[in-house]
Design a protein around this ligand. Sequence first.
Ligand SMILES: [Zn+2]
Length: 773
Amino acid sequence: MAGARTGVTRRGFLGGALGTAIALGAGPTRPAAAQSRNSPGAIPWYRRAYRWGQTNITEKDPARYDIGWWREYWKRTETQAVIINAGGIVAYYPSKFPLHHRAEFLGGRDLFGELTKAAHDDGLFVMARMDSNRAAEDFFKTQPDWFAHDRDGKPYRAADKYVACINSPYYDEYLPGVLREIAGRSRPDGFTDNSWAGLGRDSICYCAHCERKFTAKSGKALPRQADWNDPAYRDWIMWSYARRIEVWELNNRTTRDAGGPDCIWAGMNSGSVTSQARSFRDLKEICRRADIMMLDHQRRDDDTGFQQNGDTGKRVHGLLGWDKVAPESMAMYQSGPGYYRVASKPAAEARMWMIAGIAGGIQPWWHHVGAYHEDRRMYRTAEPVMRWFKTNEQYLVNRHPVASVGLVWSQRNTDFFGRDEAPDRVDAPYTGFMHALVRARIPYLPVHADDIDETAGLTLLILPNLGALSDAQAASIRRFVQKGGSLIATGETGLYNEWGDPRPDFVLADLFACHRLGDPPRLRGAGSREGAGGGRGAFAPSPSGHTYLRLAPELRARVDGPKAGDEPPATGERHAVLHGFDETDILPFGGTLSSLQVDATATVPLTFVPAFPTYPPETSWMREPKSNIPGLILSERGRARVAYMPADIDRRYAREHLPDHASLLANIIRWASGQSIPLHVEGPGLVDCHLYEQPGRLILHMVNLTSEATWRAPVHELIRVGPFTVRIRRPQRVAARTARLLVSAAERPVTFQDGMGTIEIDSILDHELIVVE
Ligand SMILES: [Zn+2]
């Protein structure tokens, strides 16, 4: 585990011949589009397009699209690739398919063709934009069996449109025909589609195609309703995932066949694993196949913050490889709170979302809805970010992250442990750790639970309430610890198998140094709670009690306050995980815990204080001030340190944002990490730090999240923070005496001591990119 600290998967290594890749980045800014199609052996266009733009037009726009003005805008924003509306729900060219609905104001015009030619003439690449999962009533009446039906035979509808069934000839015959037509007419460089995955998980289709295909595959009838404990429903989930992969591959064969080997098809994906799960888009399997990842992930919410976009970039590249490109649609309109398609998003808010994504390896892609706006302020938002990106491009792509901490996730866990409560069971614990790591400026990487064996350089894995673990995943975690890697796990980690069926004990109970007592738990099958969107913010509410955690009294350092009864003050050093809590014997908790059988060799620095009344205040005293129920269990095996925390402090922190919870999580991470964390940043404010390396070069991207509206979108004003002292572990190859600051355009000396390089940074407004080489 010692040595290099670059958390890079084998995929990243194989795909990432770094020297070559960096040479690519220095290639021509606007290579002729024709080169991509006609030069065998050239670097394909989709690995050279770093700056993207999309004018996502309405049916009215053919009458008012000022192509000359937008060409100037492409130039001003240094755009290399554009996404142009072609067909699907609405056609922006005269399609030969009579039911392919033409835009109301299109007339006989070929707007898609005109725009594609203009972009190609300007040296830009073009992705034809499809939106393909629904159609108007005339289409439905002509081909009713191509559309999804509910259990009562009624068609699924979305507003006035009808939703096509992904198992019908609409996807197997009609759409490929449309793709071939568009590729043949206008020669776009590729295709993308933002609703390619069909009906989501909440709607089971009972059309004849689904019935026939599902029974042929599974030998079962379609499930009557959503029930995670029903084998037919489980088969339906897996079968539905497999169909999306089939569609991905079919569409790619179709467009390459019609448009040449580089004419790729790339359906859009979400930055939220829960959203991916709800629409059967398997992020890992898609990344295995994708040439480029088109992310439709346009804004933050208050609970996950800008930092979630940095997390998304690292998660996607962890699967895709760091040599591929992952542009993300970034709304220039106000997309929440409130939804105002033609009003400008506050510039500071839009800018920070872009920067946070770029810091995580995402490429910028401005997105306007409509080709004409009366709020013209939005046209100024993207330009400075796009220009800065171009100037510093070589440091922003083809780089490898440096981190010692892996935050483990799997979509399978989101599905079969999260079920209908994934925001609460899965997203909140993950997000709690993400926030705590960002707050502590500890670089980390999202790691897929299937990729643990292939991940090099990490010294600590965190399993945030990772309930569903397969035997194989558990075995790879065990191998990680056997090799000296440390582990933090919380809540119900490993208490279920990959189907969400309970295990009699934690599958990693030996590592956790404790065993479960009592009957195995059982996850609810269905329908217990609304998922994402239910309750406040991103996480569904879950019951809270008036409970606390007690800091182990035998480790209490001192008591400086009124004495309660005849309790003798304990003396002695407190455990490192309780650092900073000298003045308290309790921490707020809010959850509930039950007894565990703890190994004699383990340390229990936190125990549970059961609930007592909050109101009226006269009743608010602890009925049971002490218990033997553990809140945190620490153990060591060789070099490996293991923390198992039954208390869901990670989920609590995501929900309640108490600084004690963040400090406790950071303390545990630091204890488990030993000396392996490669970055230390001191200074005021909330700053998200991303560390990367390129040959002979270290790159630190610091994003200032300390705005006047950190707690709530949108940002009104940016606030400068600093000064900072940055210490970075020096790899062998980097021997610079000077660091360049590529936002403030300054240089700072680097002083080396004990293998760490120290740099002083005066202040950061929105972000700073520090290059040491
Ligand atoms: Zn169907």
